[in-house]
Write a protein that binds this ligand. Structure first.
Ligand code: MG
Length: 265
């Protein structure tokens, strides 16, 4: 951890209300071939459970996974907010909220997912993940050439749908996602900031979809990108293991900090 990042963590640990927003895959959990087996590293799991038990400290997992998919792999207490589908779904204090699609959107979603399924069937290693308001074409197990062809075929297929212009697409690591209800981590963080009245946000993520989140941060917030690649984040760490160290440090410092709720700034 650089001195600058260490200082930023110290600063965040001392704010009156702290929001710790974390991507899941590739950030808390190392990336694995079978997404159902992804688990947060023990150091990170312990740190977020400690943080969420502290006063004036809110922890949220913000993922591109469906809320259901995130709930299963994250396996965290109700105090931890879950945000799924890049912000389209959430669980706050155990109350789940998923998008209510109109009939038109529902029909379009069915056609969309059927089209993507047909594309995926033509490429080795490609698989489709259905979400409440969209579906994703995963190509982690495909060759680079197949992944590229599958993505192009999927874009063409969506363009060919009658309601195709109502579909938004989003690229992530080894995934191309389509949705009839666009959402992004930037608006998810803005919503969480309001919800928690946070004085500062610590946001950590590894994927290109996390860039919307980094761009939504303000002065006093701490954005940390995991791994290589262009980023709008101010800080960077190398791996989920380093995220674990960072979160443990944040929890230690926040525990030591004077009672936050009594502060005015
Ligand atoms: Mg990720």
């Amino acid at each position: 951890m650089t001195i600058e990042l260490s200082d930023a963590i110290l600063g965040a640990a001392a704010v009156p209300i702290l929001l710790v927003a974390l991507d899941f895959d590739g950030t808390l959990a190392p990336t694995v071939d079978d997404p159902a087996t992804a688990r947060a590293l023990p150091a990170s799991a312990e740190a977020i459970s400690r943080l969420s038990a502290m006063p004036s400290t809110v922890v949220a997992l913000v993922s591109g996974r469906s809320l259901e998919g995130l709930r299963l792999v994250a396996d965290v207490a109700d105090e931890i907010i879950l945000v799924g589908s890049h912000g389209a779904e959430s669980r706050v204090m155990g109350n789940e909220s998923t998008p209510e699609l109109t009939l038109d959107e529902r029909t379009l979603l069915d056609e969309l997912c059927a089209a993507i399924e047909r594309v995926a069937a033509g490429f080795a290693g490609a698989r489709v993940e259905r979400k409440p308001s969209g579906c994703g074409l995963h190509t982690r197990l495909s060759s680079a050439a197949d992944a590229e062809s599958a993505r192009r075929a999927a874009l063409d297929a969506v363009q060919g749908l009658e309601g195709g212009h109502h579909v938004s697409e989003r690229y992530g690591k080894d995934i191309l996602e389509f949705t009839v209800r666009p959402a992004d981590k930037g608006s998810a963080l803005a919503w969480l900031r309001d919800l928690s009245s946070a004085s500062a946000i610590v946001f950590i993520g590894d994927d290109v979809t996390d860039e919307d989140g980094f761009r939504a941060l303000a002065e006093g917030d701490v954005g940390v990108k995991v791994g290589p690649g262009d980023t709008a984040a101010r800080f960077r760490v190398d791996s989920p293991a380093e995220v674990g160290e960072l979160l443990a440090r944040l929890a230690d410092e926040r525990q030591k900090a004077p009672v936050e709720t009594s502060r005015t700034t």
